[in-house]
Write a protein that binds this ligand. Structure first.
Ligand SMILES: Nc1ncnc2c1ncn2[C@@H]1O[C@H](COP(=O)(O)OP(=O)(O)OP(=O)(O)O)[C@@H](O)[C@H]1O
Ligand SMILES: [Mg+2]
Length: 238
């Protein structure tokens, strides 16, 4: 084996999934190597979240095989914040569950509140926050306990464009310092191009992989190339 070959972290092979007799996923094949950021883009309702639920073992596939090599942190599309805990305690929770003392956990997470535009909301409860703010809390909480493999289901979906762009910049920076393997679902093709090493485009139901784009030697600063790639992806989308 080539010593430079990257370690495989996730492989989904020939996977099918049915709900109530109707085929949702058809022959899905995905592989993700260590350190990669791979995005899945596809139409609404096509089965993207179901793919993540199967990778994490929350839902069972009907056929095919799933291989996962490592510990997964999973950011759900819907936030699962605890309504009776403050935002600070919601974000600290994964660290406390890992054995950190409550005060230490709070001290670790506090500096991130500014970056995420959540400063001064530490003592508020989830019901006090807008949808976009709750999504940021949810995202921050996933990163706080980030492990080996991070699955993000539309992490920027509910954000306004200014907040989205600043959190994406932060994300690009933090990605460089993390050794994590990341797989992200998005509807936003610009976002997929901006953030990914590779993109899988999936079809509408039953979803299958229509195309894979490798962006490792792609110039993301070349406006014309980006625009051409976007057009190509949209063509596979419809
Ligand atoms: N537990 C379930 N039981 C029955 N049907 C389900 C279940 N979960 C999802 N589905 C159906 O499977 C299809 C795919 O759902 P899924 O949530 O994976 O799509 P998605 O691509 O993530 O959608 P969105 O873009 O809206 O987030 C939908 O038609 C949905 O109604
Ligand atoms: Mg979804």
């Amino acid at each position: 084996m080539n010593s430079c070959q990257k370690k495989n972290k996730i492989t989904v092979s020939n996977m099918d999934k049915y709900y109530e007799g109707s085929k949702i996923l058809s022959d899905i094949n995905i592989h993700i190597d260590e350190g990669e950021l791979v995005t899945i883009v596809g139409p609404s309702g096509s089965g993207k979240s179901t793919i993540f639920n199967i990778i994490t073992g929350l839902t069972k596939e009907d056929s095919g095989s799933i291989f996962v090599n490592g510990e997964i942190s999973y950011m759900y599309q819907k936030d699962l914040l605890l309504p009776y805990k403050t935002i600070l305690d919601n974000v600290s929770l994964p660290l406390i569950l890992k054995g950190q003392k409550k005060r230490e956990a709070r001290d670790i997470v506090k500096p991130y509140f500014k970056i995420f535009g959540l400063e001064n909301y530490e003592k508020n409860y989830p019901s006090d926050l807008s949808g976009g703010m709750r999504q940021r809390v949810n995202f921050l909480r996933t990163f706080i306990c980030s492990s080996d493999i991070i699955l993000l289901d539309e992490p920027f979906g509910a954000l306004d464009s200014i907040t989205k762009s600043s959190i994406q910049e932060w994300f690009i920076d933090i990605k460089k310092s993390l050794n994590s393997t990341i797989c992200m679902i998005t509807h936003d093709i610009d976002e997929a191009i901006k953030l990914s090493d590779r993109i899988y485009v999936i079809s509408s139901r039953p979803a299958n992989i229509k195309k894979e784009f490798n962006l490792s030697s792609f110039d993301k600063n070349n406006v014309e190339e980006v625009s051409n790639l976007k057009k190509k992806i949209i063509n596979y989308f419809i």
